[in-house]
Structure formats: C-alpha cells, structure tokens
Design a protein around this ligand. Structure first.
Ligand SMILES: [Fe+2]
Length: 347
C-alpha cells in the first residue's frame, strides 16, 4: 500500500512539473567551493529563474579520491546562497573537467564511473532516470512556456567519451598556440557514438526552442584551449546534424573559460548558431582569446547567463539572451526572434 501511495505521489509530482510554465532560465559555470558565491544571490533575488543550469566546473574537485570529491560537493551544498537558489529554482547540471575529476580530462580518465555516481547523487538524479543506466551523464528536459511553446534543454557530456587532446607544437605547426592542436583524425570524437545517436533522436523530437548545453565552447574558432574547434570534424558534424534533422530553434550555451561572450557561427544555407558563454560563478581570467565569431565585447567579471522567453498575444516568441554581472547589470545582450532560428524551407 505504502508503495502505491509513493508511486502516486511521484507520478503527481512529475505531472505537476510538466505543467509548470517556463519564463526564465539562468545558467553559469566555474564556481569554486572554497569561495563565496554572491552571484547565486543575484540570480535568485534579482533574476528569479524557473531553472538554473550548471554548465560544469560546478566544483573544483580535481581528485581521484571520491571521498575528497564528496567533501567538496558538501562545501557547495553548505552555502546559504546555493541553498536559497536550490529552494527557488529547479537545478539541472552537466559537468566539465574539474567536477569530472581531472583538468582537461576526457575518455581516458579512469575514475569516471565512480565520479559519475558522486555527481548524480549530489544533483539528486531520480532513481529511475536513464542517466544511472547508460554511460556518461547526458540527458534532456522538456518545458513549456505560457504560450505553449516547447522548450527542450539538452545537456551534453563533453568528458566521458572525448578523445584525448593533442598537445600543441608550434615548432612543428606555426598555427599551433597555447595548449592543444587541432585533431582531424576521422575517429576522434567529442561525444562518442552512443551520445551522437541519442542526440540525433533528441533533435528529431518536436520542440520550438532547443537549448544545447555544452560545457566547453561550441561557437569559437581554434584558440589552443579546450573548445569544439579542437575537433573540427565534430563541430561540422553538429552543424550537419542540425540541418539533417531539420532542428529549428537551436541555441548553444557554454561555460569553462572564466569569462563570458557571445559567439555566432553562420553556416551556409542555415540560420545563425549562437553560443552564449557564461563563466565564472567565482573564477575570472585576465586574458580573452581572440575570436572572429564574437559579437561585441567579452565580459571578464563574475557573471551568470539568462534566457527570457517573451511572447506577445500573437504567439510571436522573442528570446532575450543576456549575461549579468554580480549587481544584476546586463553586460552582454542579444534579442532573437524564434523566426530567425529557422532552416530555409526545402523547395
Ligand atoms: Fe573546464
């Protein structure tokens, strides 16, 4: 009997959640558990999102010891600013290298199964979630706006399957800079076969807006640090997949780099692919990498990202894409009509 009541309550909760109207999503990355995180107070008290997306480096775990990792998550959990945000918004998360457990690590990281368990436990993944059963932590969510627009949120896992990075060697190749060089091996991958297959199925599901969350930046040129551009064949594959599945309304959000910026890739014959980067919750960096794809200026203070869904009475949806500083002042702004994110009709 107890079991029946529990299933009934769980079912009811899921149903109610599906009915929740989505107005605002906030997102961020790169928060050190040892530092105060006032940006979370700004998110909660000024922006008031329905959902907050953690884009990775949510703690600086950097340890093979799961006990150490759990201790660092506990420091985040103990912060009052985190607790308030958790009370008022739905928190969803993917990871990047530091919460995965090792700087710049990919599929070769030997503690990835154990670290996944710690991650899913901390983020309170429901016991019946497919995330527990398959390799990696990728997943997706569906929300609906007041005007019944379907918003799909896709969380990618850029770590579990990613091929090893190749070290830059400027003496051999003058185009090389910073840490890593471009990998054009046909077999090299960002997402791995299973995740690519899953992503294709996701992109074929009906949705008006699709927010693809990628811990490392999607929309930049090669810069010698971690980005999709280190695997240009995989970056091109993503663009081809969006085209092939006729997936309209795609927007990328990313983190990792300790500054924020808006990049846009303009592939031939399709709509512009925006990538809004928000990083970091506590971390900053004094140097911004050059990018021909950047719109406007990067912002180097602590920040969070915001996506607001604005609908008029005729059902026209405008997406307000922003990055805010710790005072809640917008530092990067972009308004996009959903009608601008549509593939040209096939003749
Ligand atoms: Fe990172």
């Amino acid at each position: 009997m107890k079991k029946i009541i529990l299933f009934f309550i769980l079912g009811l909760t899921a149903h109610l959640f599906a009915q929740t109207t989505l107005k605002k999503i906030a997102f961020g990355s790169c928060g050190h558990q040892d530092k105060p995180q006032p940006i979370l107070t700004t998110v909660d008290s000024l922006f008031k999102p329905d959902v907050f997306i953690y884009l990775g480096d949510n703690i600086y775990g950097d340890s093979h010891s799961m006990a150490a990792l759990r201790k660092k998550y506990a420091l985040l959990a103990a912060k009052s600013e985190f607790q308030r945000l958790k009370k008022n918004a739905k928190l969803i998360a993917t990871w990047d290298d530091h919460d995965y457990g090792k700087n710049d690590a990919g599929e070769e990281y030997r503690m990835k199964k154990q670290s996944k368990k710690v991650f899913l436990t901390f983020w309170e993944e429901p016991k019946n979630s497919p995330r527990w059963k398959r390799a990696g932590i990728y997943t997706s969510y569906q929300f609906q706006t007041k005007g019944k627009k379907n918003i799909q949120v896709i969380l990618l896992d850029n770590r579990t399957f990613r091929s090893k990075l190749l070290k830059a060697n400027p003496e051999k190749d003058k185009k090389d800079k910073n840490d890593y060089t471009v990998n054009t091996d046909y077999h090299a991958t960002m997402l791995g076969t299973q995740q690519w297959k899953w992503l294709e199925e996701e992109l074929r599901k009906p949705a008006d807006v699709r927010i693809i969350c990628t811990s490392t930046q999607f929309g930049t040129e090669y810069n010698g640090y971690e980005t999709w551009a280190n695997f240009p064949l995989e970056q091109a594959k993503m663009i081809r997949l969006i085209e092939k599945t006729r997936a309209n309304g795609v927007l990328f959000i990313s983190g990792d780099v300790h500054y924020s910026e808006l990049n846009v890739i303009k592939p031939d014959g399709m709509y512009p692919l925006y990538d809004m980067t928000s990083s970091g919750i506590t971390e900053t960096w004094d140097h911004v990498e050059p990018s021909d794809f950047r719109e406007g200026q990067a912002f180097q203070g602590n920040n969070f990202g915001g996506i607001e869904f604005l609908e008029n009475e005729n059902g026209v949806l405008k997406i307000k894409f922003s990055v805010f500083d710790v005072k809640g002042v917008p530092k990067i702004k972009k308004e996009i009509l959903l009608s601008e994110l549509q593939l040209p009709k096939k003749i």
